[in-house]
Ligand binder design. Structure first.
Ligand code: PLP
Length: 395
């Protein structure tokens, strides 16, 4: 009966003299080895190849290599989300009794991890003003093991005192972990400025098409890299091969998209500032930005693809603004090819007490824009229309 064809046996992949130019999508969970000796050697790392997708798979490896190249990193890993990458970097390295110090305007879920979850595992946390290295120096404790920083904050686009804080971390022997999602390696490369760990939400502009949820984390020190990798594998932070494949496709055009989105953002910021009803515009390289000098010395001309602004009025005016420009997706994310608008008061900061929001300038009239690659004239006219619609409510 051995010659009976079986539906259950895999049909061999067609071989030919040519090869595909596109990276194949490989969803296989398991990999078959010829014998136990070979498998042994694979687990020891003396034989190349994959064993089980949770431990690693080709599409994740190809994507990680691309981001490694952008960040000047080695052996970075791809995770199932940006938050998985943050969690792996922190929980793979810190132990009960350690203290971690973070910037006070971190990404919302990173703030929650710092303020609620880590404490349950005996890891002490505190936050300090990331625009002031002296505030960081004052918050350091003998057991401080790590600093978590974002270069440009969300949504107020404040620029961290990066050089000051990096110098402090170096002096005190504290690990510096940087979430580089906002700045991207096109704007800033943390490893060139003293970072030990670099983290990304690949979901955002690196993948760039709002169709894949992924993260990335890399460490300079191989021992740290191994600790983070083992934690990510043990806790199942595996990235989907399909998402990795989509993100790889997206990343080929990352530099083109970023440059275009950044040029659009700079022009849109200047345009918004001319519109009646716009009270304030925040863009790092504009002369009226509170951290203008630091932005220019740290980022050069690279102001990034995010712009925030505040209109006159409250929730009614905010509702009218988003309804006034339906083509601008009102969605609480960033880094899509198209422009998206978010309203922190009703999304990322909805659980932040009013006084705390007010302290950083987040009012009902405050919007954050992730600028896309559209024609700038289209963007200007859509925002002109939207802001005018918001101010018409008043009349
Ligand atoms: C979105 C984001 C994250 C989380 O990434 P996910 O892929 O959504 O899990 C972390 N940090 C920053 C700065 C982000 O913008």
């Amino acid at each position: 009966m051995s010659d009976t064809p079986s539906l259950i046996r895999r049909t061999p992949w067609p071989q030919g003299a040519s090869r595909p130019v596109v990276t194949p999508l490989q969803p296989s969970v398991v990999y078959a080895s010829p014998d136990p000796d070979t498998l042994d050697a694979q687990y020891l790392g003396t034989n190349p190849g994959f064993t089980y997708a949770r431990e690693g798979h080709p599409n994740a490896e190809v994507l990680a290599a691309k981001i490694d190249m952008l960040e000047g990193a080695e052996g970075g890993i791809v995770t199932g989300s940006g938050m998985a990458a943050v969690t792996a970097a922190l929980m793979g390295v810190l132990s009960a009794g350690d203290h971690i110090l973070g910037g006070d305007q971190l990404y919302g879920r990173s703030l929650r991890l710092m303020s609620q979850d880590l404490n349950r595992f005996g890891i002490a946390t505190s936050l300090a003003d990331s625009t002031d290295a002296r505030a960081f120096a004052a918050a350091i404790r003998p057991e401080t093991k790590m600093i978590l920083l974002e270069v440009v904050s969300n949504p107020t686009l404040r620029v961290a005192d990066f050089e000051g804080i990096a110098a402090l971390a170096r002096e005190r022997g504290i690990l510096l972990a940087v979430d580089n999602t906002f700045t991207t390696p096109r704007g800033f490369r943390p490893f060139d400025h003293g970072a030990d760990i670099v983290i990304h939400s690949v979901t955002k502009i690196l993948a760039g098409h709002s169709d894949a949820t992924l993260g990335y984390v890399a460490a300079k020190d191989p021992a740290l890299r191994k600790a983070i990798y083992d934690f990510a594998v043990t806790t199942g932070m595996t990235a989907s091969p399909f998402d990795c494949w989509l993100a790889e496709r997206g990343i080929y055009t990352f530099e083109l998209r970023y440059d275009r989105a950044e040029a659009n953002a700079a022009a849109l910021a200047d345009h918004l500032a001319t519109l009646p009803g716009v009270r304030k515009v925040l863009y790092p390289t504009r002369a009226d930005h509170p951290d203008h000098n630091r932005a220019v010395s740290l980022l050069g001309a690279r102001g990034g693809h995010m712009v925030s602004f505040e209109i006159e009025g409250g929730r009614a005016q905010a509702n009218a603004l988003t309804r006034g420009a339906p083509e601008l997706a009102f969605a609480p994310t960033l880094g899509d090819i198209g422009t998206t608008v978010s309203h922190p008061a009703s999304s990322s900061h909805r659980n932040v007490p009013l006084e705390a929001r007010a302290a950083v300038g987040i009012t009902e009239g405050f919007f954050r824009v992730s600028v896309g690659v559209e024609d700038i004239e289209l963007l200007k006219s859509e925002f002109t229309k939207a802001v005018a619609a918001s101010q018409a409510v008043r009349a």
